[in-house]
Design a protein. Sequence first.
Length: 78
Amino acid sequence: MPVNISIKNAPDDIVRRLKARAERNHRSLQGELLAILEEAVAKESTITVEELLDEVTRLGLKTGSESAELIRADRDAR
């Protein structure tokens, strides 16, 4: 069942750019916003374990064992 979504207090500049984008794409503002939302959620996809590990490495996040050590140290310090 369709749901109405509302965006309050949208800055004038963003609204102006959205309207211009809608016009370029021969859509109404409503149609353009729906297309943007569809595109945003379509990008969601599952990733492989290897891709996740690559992203963790790229971001410099700690591994699970390092995390466990940090939690243990924090718990023991209490």
